[in-house]
Design a protein around this ligand. Structure first.
Ligand code: ADP
Length: 240
């Protein structure tokens, strides 16, 4: 479904991604893990077509974003790390606005909104101005925005950050149900929680893929140890 083929990217003369190649199938929830600076955000930005790679191809169900950018953008849902929102709007106003911007038909608007609010546990705050809500709520509003139109590919940069444990679990359950129809790729550091519902882990180190792990093929405790070390490697080396 998604083919990522030999992607490389540099900021100036600093190479940040080197020859990244992997495929993602429908039903998969793929976690990109690695120390800070490994290149996770840059990879997600390329997949969401915010940045353009220097070399290599991305193809989603036969569509290359360089050839058909509008179609590609319609097929993806992206939650960026900083999750920009219009804070003076209420949650409901913002999500309705985003639905219209994405071209959803007025007839379907209410249904889309109801499902997204329920999925992300936002019904109780739908009339609240976004600026009055905590970071955890804001993250869930960004997530609702990313998944509202059931995109083929859901890209989430650090979706679990600033969420409490209950909401992390809830997001995991929501993503598992969404993955029936969409592929999901996310970056995150919360290994214990992600092990419960991610189907595959890709370890990035200094812009290169260091390893792939399918969750079902490893003992959970062993995998947790490997992945936790990968995420914290650089911090321990004092390079941050
Ligand atoms: P991660 O998400 O794994 O923390 P990033 O993709 O944010 O990693 O960053 C990868 C590397 O690219 C880091 O060394 C970072 O300093 C560098 N980088 C990120 N954004 C920029 C930018 N706008 N300009 C120059 N270098 C950048």
């Amino acid at each position: 479904m998604l083919n990522i083929d030999h992607i490389s990217f540099s900021y100036g003369n600093k190479q940040v991604l080197k020859d990244i190649t992997f495929d993602v199938a429908p039903g998969e929830i793929v976690a990109i893990v690695g120390a800070n600076g490994a290149g996770k955000t840059t990879l997600l930005r390329i997949l969401s077509f915010v940045l353009m790679q220097d070399a290599g191809n991305v193809v989603l169900d036969g569509v290359d974003p360089l050839q058909l950018p509008v179609k590609y953008r319609k097929w993806i849902g992206y939650l960026s790390e900083r999750c920009p929102l219009y804070e003076e709007m209420t949650v409901e106003q913002f999500l309705r606005y985003r639905l219209r911007l994405k071209g959803e038909r007025a007839l379907r608007e209410r249904r889309r909104l109801t499902v997204a609010l329920e999925l992300c546990d936002l019904e109780d705050v739908k009339k609240s101005e976004i600026k009055l809500l905590s970071q955890g709520f804001k993250k869930r509003i960004g997530l609702a925005d990313a998944v509202m139109l059931h995109p083929r590919l859901i890209l989430l940069d650090d979706p679990l950050a600033s969420l409490d444990i209950g909401h992390r679990k809830q997001i995991g359950t929501a993503l598992t149900s969404l993955s029936a129809h969409s592929a999901v790729i996310l970056a995150g550091h919360e290994i214990s929680e992600m092990l419960d519902w991610c189907t595959r882990f890709i370890v990035l180190k200094d812009g290169e893929i260091e390893a792939f792990y399918r969750t079902g093929e490893f003992d959970r405790a062993e995998l947790k140890h490997i992945l936790t070390s990968a995420v914290s490697a650089r911090d321990e080396e004092g390079e941050l």
